[in-house]
Write a protein that binds this ligand. Sequence first.
Ligand SMILES: Nc1ncnc2c1ncn2[C@@H]1O[C@H](COP(=O)(O)OP(=O)(O)OP(=O)(O)O)[C@@H](O)[C@H]1O
Length: 798
Amino acid sequence: MADDGMLLNFELGDAPLTSQVKFKGGRWRDRVKAQRSAKQSHQHNAARPDDSARPAKRPRTDDGDYHKYAKMPRTADAPAPAAPKPPSHAMKTGQISSGLFTSNPTAVTDFDRPPAEEAEPTIPSNAPLSEEAENFQALGLSRRVAQHLAAKLEMKAPTAIQKNTVPQLIKEDSDAFLQAETGSGKTLAYLLPIVHRIMALSLNEDGTPKATKVHRNSGLFAIILAPTRELCKQIAAVLEKVLRCAPWLVCTTVIGGESKKSEKARIRKGVNILIATPGRLADHLDNTKVLNVGTVRWLVLDEGDRMMEMGFEDDIKTIVGKIRADKLLKENPDGVVLDGVLPARRVTVLCSATMKMNVQKLGEISLEDAVHITASKSELEKDAEAGTEAGTEAAFAAPSQLKQSCIIVPAKLRLVTLIALLKSTFSRKGSVMKAIIFISCADSVDFHYELLKDTKPAVELPTPDASPAKPRNPHTDTTVAPAAYVTSPANPTVILHKLHGSLAQPVRSATLNAFSTCKDPAVLITTDISSRGLDVPAVDLVIEYDPAFAVPDHVHRIGRTARAGRSGRAVLFLLPGCEEGYTSILSSATPIAPQLYESTLQKGLASQVNLPSTAPSPETEKQSWTSRAEALQLHVEQRLLATPGFTPDDEDDKPEAKKGKGKTAWSKGGGKAKPKPQQDNPLLVSGRQAFRSHIRAYATHVREERVYFDITQLHLGHMAKAFGLREPPAGIGGGVSRRTHKGGKGEKDGKVGSGKVGGGRRDDEEDDGVGKVDEEAAKRMRMKMKMMMNAASEFNIG
Ligand SMILES: Nc1ncnc2c1ncn2[C@@H]1O[C@H](COP(=O)(O)OP(=O)(O)OP(=O)(O)O)[C@@H](O)[C@H]1O
């Protein structure tokens, strides 16, 4: 999409606020005096030639308040951005939109800290070790496997966790607990020793074949459990690559969302390593007679903590119980002796970047005298020296090379700041290829995807010039599309993807595949379904638009970048106020650099924004970033309010059409109105639904972190703007919506609901629960949210 093809084609003008400031109370003389002085200061501001050149200053807002700003940077090389101006757009009667830059809460964060970019370059903590010092053969793997890794997978040296795990699992038969950073190669750390030992049933140490060769029907030797279908498929893909050096061995997956019949058929044909989601495996153990677990020697729980926290311990206990109930066979039905080559006992391996050894539930799934294996030996030694239980004190650190920052953004400005951030991210060719945006719930993912995608008629997705056109995959019709807004002349094509657990499995798989293989710059908008284990190497940026529900989830989300020694960047969006304290509980090798949202807006909106589907209209004068931000927000709000079936030319007939000063994309037309269809704009419906789900999701932060994510502090009216809504929809926080609709405090000054969730109405009987966040309600809400946010389908029970 060419940059000039889609312009921010309306201009709001830089004129200052024109609304009258009303003063109430006190003596009339004082009121007149105050009124006069306000008017003078207003005229003074208006006389200024270039607002954007003004130093940061607190401008007056339309409600007579002074606007407070976060501290500006005082370093010479980081000049303070221009102060945002008061709103300059007038809305038509009945449609009041609060200004973006007014009445925003003040950030308390100290922005004087040097940004992460200026910090010393760090040595990657999850990279492979040097080839001179380490190699796979030295760890005890056969030459065949080591050569295969080097030649076919381009892996010459192990990572630290592989170096510490492989010899242990090859030589010893004890349970193991693997804990290492995201992207540090834990998958191969447990797969390689398993494959090596199963291969040893058929091969002598020198690589010559033994008299008896095992094959796919020789028995199931290992079961690997993972919480999501995507992760299961990914592990299977890695294992298949490894097994190319032992093609007589077979692995397969049994996961939800696929035909049980075909899974049964695959099991019947024979499988040596099975990768499964817990629910589906428990089902097969009950119902698939041919699934014989007598030969199983390894049970691996990848992302074990996630499975436990999501309530899969029952399934896992069932699985462990069933496996144990089957007598351990010393030799397989063909007479191949297993003991001596495979472990003499059943070995359980637990694996995660964020799991504490002392989690009580782990005891329940039989981790006996487990060895704690980490990436750094010193940690093990430290534990031994201190006599502490291994892993109890381990901090869940992100890879050291991952640069983390946070933007403290007032709720109203969240959406425009996100767009600005993406736009500046893709402003240079090749600097960022893939970005992931984490959002709290599926409804909100759907809304943001629909909003950000280009609305031009569906066309074949562009492919690189030289490559032949890719055949269209019907599964990605509703989940992959070119993006609007965030493109730039350097990157005229950015492909948007969405992924959440409410999508059908073929759609999920096809979308993830499309994102992984996309040759153009790509954005994935997703829920936590993508936070665990997913390995898409070219992800350069992770944006946590909604903070994670718990710190471990944050660690996993940001761990989708900076994998295996590569660099990466993570940006966390926080609201001013109590959310700012959240960074204090996040551990990071380098300080989490706070960023001014003003700088992000200024950078991202320095040039025109490509809007979807509207006729181009050249800018008549240079707009400041604040005007662009306001215009962008206005454009989004008007998109949501546009009546379906109306063309831009019909806009004059629309009640919200903005007339007078400033042009909209639609204000030039004078066409005759067509009859109004009755249905609501789907984008508006989606925005409302997303808002509701977002607010409900907000109540599900874990208890320890609710001090930072206090739902009673959430300003619904401001948050609604981030969904392109001019007021919070009914049905969320009963008290608040009633207050807004009945013209309570929220409406008194003609603004969008200024009430906060809960607020004075926490005891409201009809409140839907969001306002009353007591322990029980929050617990119920979390359970419900887990269901709503795809947990059920995400974790594939049955
Ligand atoms: N020895 C190695 N040399 C080079 N690359 C490697 C090596 N081992 C693993 N990798 C690569 O590192 C990436 C991350 O590996 P993996 O997915 O196993 O990490 P992880 O520790 O399981 O991460 P997470 O905790 O996020 O699941 C993969 O792309 C993998 O191919």
